[in-house]
Design a protein around this ligand. Structure first.
Ligand SMILES: Cc1cc2nc3c(=O)[nH]c(=O)nc-3n(C[C@H](O)[C@H](O)[C@H](O)COP(=O)(O)OP(=O)(O)OC[C@H]3O[C@@H](n4cnc5c(N)ncnc54)[C@H](O)[C@@H]3O)c2cc1C
Length: 318
């Protein structure tokens, strides 16, 4: 009997996406951890017509899906992912900023339209350059607009929720293209209503007029702060969300876990809420270290830490 996954792969291989599909694709290396295994198939969408073909192939079938932006918040299991990974190609990385002087919104703000594959630091710099303010915070976040919408990414006192007007999104379960407003996205702390089966295609941001010099200075300060306080190398940023009124990094430090090493994974010496993977490391080590850090924090402070990182292909799925 053909499984739904096989049926989707057959449908993809027989249609306009035939050249865009890679079977048994190594997706771990598409993440910033650069560890982990393969997906049953990877589809690289070149433009909107590809997105529609993917929706046709998937509609009505029960198959696991994962969108991958820059993979900067993902940990892929070494055993891989028995589903379809979707990457948005350069056809989705436009940043459309109305020329200065052209009619802003009634509130004096300007609407910037970004493809979901546009990189956050590029959007931050382009909007500041165009005399806009409100997106400087994203200069040091190495993700895409699509991933940032799903995660409600944020930092330095701001988050996506503050600027997103609406997003164009493809509901792959029903093959429906929708526009979802900020309210309907139900943004929370590093969460949103975007589901695994939803593909964000573009987002409209509302930004205020600003002074490029001030914006550039703010971004330089943010970049310097990150250099001083966060490690480089193979990591996915903050591993755990901050509990109400506290910081995960402080709790991990207090639990004595800073610098703790398990196999090929280490709790960063520079920032305790970062885990570094070795070159050629294993996702299983990162996962085991996450569990050990949770155990130590629970034992020392009674606080349950929750992963911010999205786990792909793990049996317990959290
Ligand atoms: C060094 C470092 C620093 C970081 N600093 C911050 C920070 O300050 N603040 C912060 O919030 N995060 C931070 N992060 C985490 C990460 O960069 C953000 O969460 C970012 O928004 C993820 O974007 P991405 O494109 O890499 O998404 P991915 O990691 O590829 O995916 C994250 C989630 O979004 C989904 N997704 C991706 N693209 C789409 C799409 N087009 N449509 C629907 N769903 C999609 C994925 O399926 C997954 O569930 C940091 C990470 C690193 C490595």
């Amino acid at each position: 009997m053909t499984s739904d996954l096989d049926a989707v792969i057959d449908a993809l291989a027989a249609g306009p996406l035939a050249d865009a599909v890679q079977l048994d694709a190594p997706i771990g290396k598409l993440t910033t951890y650069r560890v982990g295994g393969r997906a049953a198939a990877l589809v690289m969408l070149g433009g909107p017509e590809h997105a529609a073909a993917l929706a046709d192939a998937v509609a009505g079938r029960s198959v696991e899906l994962v969108a991958i932006g820059r993979g900067s918040n993902l940990l892929v299991s070494d055993d891989g992912f028995a589903g379809i990974a979707v990457v948005l190609g350069p056809g989705f990385d436009e940043i459309d900023i109305p020329r200065s002087g052209s009619a802003p919104e009634g509130d004096g703000r300007t609407i910037v339209t970004c493809g979901a594959a546009a990189k956050l630091p590029v959007v931050a710099r382009a909007t500041v350059q165009a005399g806009l303010t409100g997106f400087e915070w994203a200069v040091g976040v190495p993700g895409t607009i699509g991933g940032a919408v799903r995660m409600n990414a944020g930092g330095h006192g701001a988050e996506m929720k503050d600027s997103v007007v609406d997003v164009e999104l493809l509901d792959l379960r029903h093959g429906r293209l929708e526009v979802r407003t900020n309210d309907a996205l139900a943004f929370g702390y590093r969460t949103s209503a975007v589901a695994d089966t939803d593909l964000v295609l573009r987002a409209r941001l509302r930004l205020a007029a600003g002074d490029p010099e001030v914006g550039r200075a703010e971004m330089a300060e943010i970049v310097q702060w990150r250099r001083d306080n966060q490690p480089g190398g193979q990591n996915a940023g903050s591993v755990f969300t901050n509990p109400e009124g506290d910081s995960a990094g402080r709790l991990i430090d207090a639990a004595g876990a800073k610098g703790l090493r398990l196999g090929t994974a280490t709790v960063s010496d520079k920032h305790a809420n970062f885990i570094q993977a070795d070159p050629d490391g294993r996702a299983a080590d990162v996962r085991a270290l996450m569990l050990e850090v949770q155990r130590l924090v629970r034992a020392t402070s009674g606080v349950e830490l929750h992963p911010e990182t999205h786990m792909i292909g793990f049996a317990d799925g959290d």
